[in-house]
Write a protein that binds this ligand. Sequence first.
Ligand code: SAM
Ligand code: SF4
Length: 345
Amino acid sequence: MTTPSQSTPAPAQLLDSFGRRLHYLRLSITDLCNLRCRYCMPPEGIEKLPQDMVLTLEELARVSRIAVGLGVDKIRLTGGEPLLRKGLSRLLDELKSLKPRPDLRITTNGLLLAQKLPELVAGGVSTVNVSLDSLKPELYGQITGLGAQAGHEALAKVWQGIRAALDEPSLQVKLNVVLLGGVNEEEIVDFARLTLEHPLAVRFIEYMPVGRNTPFQPERFLAAEQVLQRIRSLGEVEPLPQRPGDGPAQRLRLAGAPGELGVISALSSHFCATCNRIRLSSEGQVVPCLLSDVAVELKPLLRGGADDAAVAKALLEAARLKPRNHHQAVVSPHAAGCQMSRLGG
Ligand code: SAM
Ligand code: SF4
């Protein structure tokens, strides 16, 4: 007689060589973007990929289904600007029907958020992260490459999207703020104060050396500890407990605030030991670490008639190749191999 465990082997999980379970998939669903943030893209933009190089909606959905079968329970749509992807609601419908249903999230620059919000809500998205690096229209325009003049209208649109998202009871709203020393660091307290007014999470993100076409400027790097000092200048700050799956954010709350703060120190304190992420680029590369060059090509399999088991094997191989730590440093950064806007942040 066989026991149940003998007859039904445990399904394979995306495990790396150091015992970390990779259950958080970040899908870059387009390389296109309507902004040129200075830390992400060169001012002239990057060459658009030929359409047939980019994974189709069916391919994105298929890889997601196979990844869910390997234990992925959280999928973030990113890009480029994911709200530019045609057929987004069709993709969301596919993802929300996966079993078990993954937690669906999206990271957007927010320009099209007000317009696309109904699709996100209908598509079962639980959390919207809006990337916003300045509350000052002209500086916003400068950071995003729109120019100071156009910054006013663009920032107003982003805020319209954020307000609409805050009005959606089913959505959690987070703001991602990449800090650049000498550029937006004076706004740390203004962003933190937003959490006193709104039930949103503001997450300060260390500037990282990613992207071959955007040379890292070490003098702009602002370490998490400096950010924390500025936050503490606002008054009593209470640390919040880390929840399973919280990832790398150190969570805090200003006394009495409905919202919360997060500080993400990718470079100054390695959070690699708890990393649970794996990424799929818009061109179909599985990338187990944002800050290293390791990648496994899926497109030849997807377009060469490979069955699901072969695609699963490639995902398992990419997980196995995840490095223990990244080797990026602030002092002598090597730009990581992949363009951020194709890979997704
Ligand atoms: N376009 C969308 C957006 O901006 O939210 C999604 C893609 S973007 C590549 C994802 C995230 O990566 C954004 O929050 C962005 O600020 C972040 N990012 C891009 N380049 C970065 C860098 N050099 N250092 C830190 N974060 C970066
Ligand atoms: Fe900015 Fe996101 Fe576009 Fe990069 S992909 S330029 S971070 S909006």
